[in-house]
Design a protein around this ligand. Structure first.
Ligand code: DSN
Length: 411
């Protein structure tokens, strides 16, 4: 209660944000609601401690308890992802971007050739975008999706790999709604002698719950954020075969980072305990079921979906036939209490600042207990607002009442 008393200005802002999160339909595919336990760990005294180094090898005194926290997090990641005995875990990356940079720093030399998904086709900035340090440091060559199907074309990826002979192939995606065939990626990497890296940030929770195939144990290195479908705190982990452990650990600290955020690592530990439960497995199954139901309902309202549907937690809508750009759609829907993000679609003719599409996902709304029935309602609200912007305020009121029936974890 001391924030309310001693810094009411900040307290009020946090309360306003809490209210916003309660009253809207949170459809940003990378967001979720953490549990009370994760919030408690994040706000704990662990934030006070510096712990450069690794458990039992710290540079500062006073880390006896911190060591146990970090070891607990590592053990629980191993269990959550069912890691083989010869796999290693680093829980210190501050978030997904540093984790990816650290993996490259550990395993590549500047100017090495790397293959990864193009940003406009659903990759990430750290998959070698020209404006990102990764694109400036390494020679990224990008694959995309097939223009005809909107899906990955593994034959084309193989042909590209044969041509460019990459040192590493990254299979990682932020806006790809379809199942990833990690086995095929690995076959391609093996054919050309490349290191295989998977960035499973978006689908980490689905993989841990067994509702999406896993790149473990056959990939070399796997990165993931911990806050999307995994429903943990902002943070990331790197999992790798033992032979890369020393290089990965050195790249994280002292290569790229200083003191790890042990409160976030504690949040990861408790989130991983949740991930191992039956109820999390059911949650992940429902995320996918909801996403399919939402996709079908949107298609019934004439929305065009990239790749024609979804296999995971996200949907990419190409709004071209609705005569509205992604930027205006994002703004309009937000005014109605429907929160999602504008997004490039493959082969987009518009700019990243006002692309043709929007991306949405079901991870957060499923955490509130919504099911297939609610997905139809959401699609009908979206269609109503896009068709007639004048109904946005009325819809906002309806959504405010509707969300009262679905308490959000941690709020
Ligand atoms: N910003 C994340 C997302 O929304 O997918 C990726 O870093």
């Amino acid at each position: 209660m001391s924030l309310k008393l001693n810094d009411p200005q900040l307290y009020d802002l946090i309360e306003k944000e809490r209210k916003r999160q309660v009253e809207v339909l949170e459809l940003i595919a990378s967001e979720n609601y953490v549990s009370d336990e994760v919030l408690e760990a994040l706000g704990s005294v662990l934030t006070n401690k510096y712990a450069e180094g690794y458990p039992r090898k710290r540079y500062y005194a006073g880390n006896e308890v911190i060591d146990q926290v970090e070891e607990l997090a590592i053990e629980r990641v191993k269990e959550a992802f069912n890691l083989p005995i010869d796999w290693h875990v680093n829980v210190q990356p501050y978030s997904g971007s540093p984790a990816n940079v650290e993996a490259y720093f550990a395993l590549l030399q500047p100017s090495d050739t790397v293959m990864a998904m193009d940003l406009a086709n659903g990759g990430h900035l750290t998959h070698g975008s020209k404006v990102n340090v990764t694109g400036k440091t390494y020679n990224f060559v990008h694959y995309g999706v097939s223009e005809k199907t909107g899906k990955l074309d593994y034959l084309e990826i193989l042909k590209m790999a044969d041509r460019v002979k990459p040192k590493m192939i990254v299979s990682g995606f932020t806006a790809y709604p379809r199942e990833i065939d990690f086995k095929k990626f690995k076959e391609i990497a093996d054919k050309v002698g490349a290191i295989s890296m998977a960035d499973i940030s978006h689908i980490g929770g689905l993989i841990a719950a067994g509702v999406h195939p896993s790149p473990i144990p056959f990939f070399d290195v796997v990165t993931t954020t911990t806050h999307k479908t995994l429903r943990g705190p902002r943070g990331a982990i790197i999992m790798c075969k033992d032979k890369y452990a020393t290089a990965i650990d050195k790249a994280v600290f002292p290569g790229m980072q200083g003191g790890p955020h042990e409160n976030a690592i504690a949040g990861i530990a408790t989130a991983m305990k949740e991930v191992k439960t039956n109820s999390f497995r059911k949650y992940a199954e429902q995320v996918v079921k909801n996403c399919r139901a939402l996709a079908h309902a949107l298609q019934d309202f004439g929305f065009k979906l990239v790749s024609g549907g979804t296999d995971n937690h996200l949907i990419l809508i190409d709004l071209t036939n609705k005569n509205i750009g992604g930027k205006d759609a994002q703004k309009l829907l937000e005014s109605a209490g429907i929160v999602l993000n504008m997004n490039m679609v493959p082969f987009d003719k518009r700019s990243p600042f006002d692309p043709s599409g929007v991306r949405l996902g079901t991870a957060a709304i499923t955490s509130r207990g919504m099911k297939e029935k609610e997905m139809s309602k959401i699609a009908s609200w979206m269609a109503a607002v896009i068709t007639d912007p004048s109904v946005a305020e009325k819809v906002r009121g309806e959504i405010k009442r509707f969300t009262k029936n679905f308490p959000a974890p941690g709020l």
